[in-house]
Design a protein around this ligand. Structure first.
Ligand SMILES: [Zn+2]
Length: 129
């Protein structure tokens, strides 16, 4: 049986994480806890090649590219989150569910999470949709 190709299979994981970092840290990487810019890179997340880990040298907290973003809400790969972000205004939950091979309720949750953009706990909308 051949594998069905999804649009998200054609999207590059590294580019998705790069875009997320640009949205999240317009002025350079900051600690989510204390706001310090004294950050050390700390390898990549297990199983997710391009998701960078960091440690704050000021308060010692660890975080990753997805900390405080909607992408941390579930285990759906970032390529499907990005696809959903771009397609949500053109597709119903049912269509998106088929296009991304995700349950309809998961797509519905992602859509509502994305209504204010990728960043959680931010008063600013992060993307001009
Ligand atoms: Zn800190």
């Amino acid at each position: 049986m051949s594998k069905r190709i999804l649009i998200s299979d054609l999207i590059d994981e590294a580019s998705c994480y790069q875009l997320l970092r640009e949205i999240k840290w317009k002025n350079g990487i900051e600690c989510f806890e204390c706001g310090s810019k004294d950050i050390r890179k700390n390898g990549h997340d297990k199983g997710v090649e391009h998701r960078q880990r960091y440690v704050c040298k000021s308060c010692n907290k660890s975080f990753t590219d997805i900390t405080d973003t909607v992408i941390a809400s579930n285990h759906v790969p970032i390529q499907k989150w990005m696809s959903c972000a771009f397609l949500k205004d053109y597709m119903s939950n049912k269509q998106m569910s088929k296009a991304l091979d995700l349950p309809e309720n998961v797509v519905g949750d992602m859509r509502s999470e994305l209504s204010e953009g990728f960043l959680k706990n931010s008063i600013l909308k992060d993307w001009d949709w």
